[in-house]
Design a protein around this ligand. Structure first.
Ligand code: SF4
Ligand code: SF4
Length: 200
C-alpha cells in the first residue's frame, strides 16, 4: 500500500514539474556562448573589409579539405586606408563536409574566422548539397550585417599554448621525439608555418 502511495506521489510530482524541453522550432533555447556551429568569417568594421587576408593556413590545416581560398593585393592598402597588404579574394567552404572541429579557427592568425554560435550556424537543411558550399559574401554576411553580435573565439595563446600529449610512461624519450618529427612531417604547416601570410 505504501509503495502505491509513493508511486502516485512520484507520478504527481513529475506531472506537475515544469518541462525541461521546448517546442522547437517555434521556441528555441539560448545557445551557449561557446556553441560550435559551422564556421563563418568576420567583418572588420573599423576598416570596412574582411579580417581574412586569404593566407590559406586554415585551408591547409582543415582535416577534410573543405576550404578553398585565394588572396589578392588589397586596393585599400594602396590607398592608405588599410594595414592589410593582402586580402581575401575568394573563399569557399563546403558545410556538407565540415566536421566542426574548430581547427581553422585555432590556426587563423588574423582572428578572421569563428565557429558560428547562433542558430544560423546549425539550421542549414536544404535539398541540394551544392547549396551547402558557401562563398565569400555568404560566409561574411551574418557578421557584416551585424547579426553575429557576440562571436566566441579562444584568446590567442590559449589555442597556441604549445600543449602536447604526455608520453606514455616507460616510453623512451627518443620515441617521443621521433613521433614529434613524424607529426611535423604529416602537418608541414605546424609551428612556424602558422605565421605565414602575415603580410596584412
Ligand atoms: S587562416 Fe584566417 S586569414 Fe588565413 S585564409 Fe583562413 S580565415 Fe583567412
Ligand atoms: S571546422 Fe574543421 S572541418 Fe570545418 S572548415 Fe574548419 S578545419 Fe575544416
Amino acid at each position: 500500500m505504501l509503495g502505491i502511495v509513493k508511486t502516485l506521489a512520484t507520478t504527481m510530482r513529475a506531472a506537475l514539474r515544469k518541462p525541461v524541453t521546448v517546442q522547437y522550432p517555434t521556441e528555441k533555447k539560448v545557445l551557449p556562448h561557446r556553441s560550435r556551429g559551422l564556421p563563418v568569417l568576420l567583418w572588420d568594421f573599423d576598416v570596412d573589409e574582411p579580417f581574412c587576408t586569404g593566407c590559406q593556413v586554415c585551408a591547409r590545416y582543415c582535416p577534410v579539405d573543405c576550404i578553398t581560398v585565394t588572396m589578392k593585393d588589397n586596393p585599400r592598402f594602396a590607398e592608405g586606408k588599410s594595414k592589410r597588404k593582402k586580402i581575401v579574394d575568394q573563399f569557399y567552404l563546403d558545410y556538407a563536409r565540415c566536421m566542426r572541429c574548430d581547427i581553422c579557427v585555432e590556426v587563423c592568425n588574423f582572428d578572421a574566422i569563428v565557429m558560428n554560435n547562433t542558430w544560423k550556424g546549425v539550421e542549414l537543411s536544404c535539398y541540394d548539397r551544392q547549396d551547402l558550399v558557401l562563398d565569400l559574401p555568404a560566409l561574411l554576411g551574418q557578421s557584416k550585417s551585424g547579426q553575429l553580435k557576440d562571436p566566441f573565439r579562444e584568446p590567442m595563446g590559449v589555442a597556441h599554448s604549445g600543449w602536447a600529449p604526455k608520453p606514455v610512461s616507460g616510453e623512451a624519450e627518443g620515441a617521443g621525439e621521433e613521433a614529434g618529427a613524424a607529426g611535423a612531417a604529416a602537418h608541414p604547416g605546424s609551428a612556424g608555418d602558422a605565421t605565414e601570410g602575415g603580410e596584412g
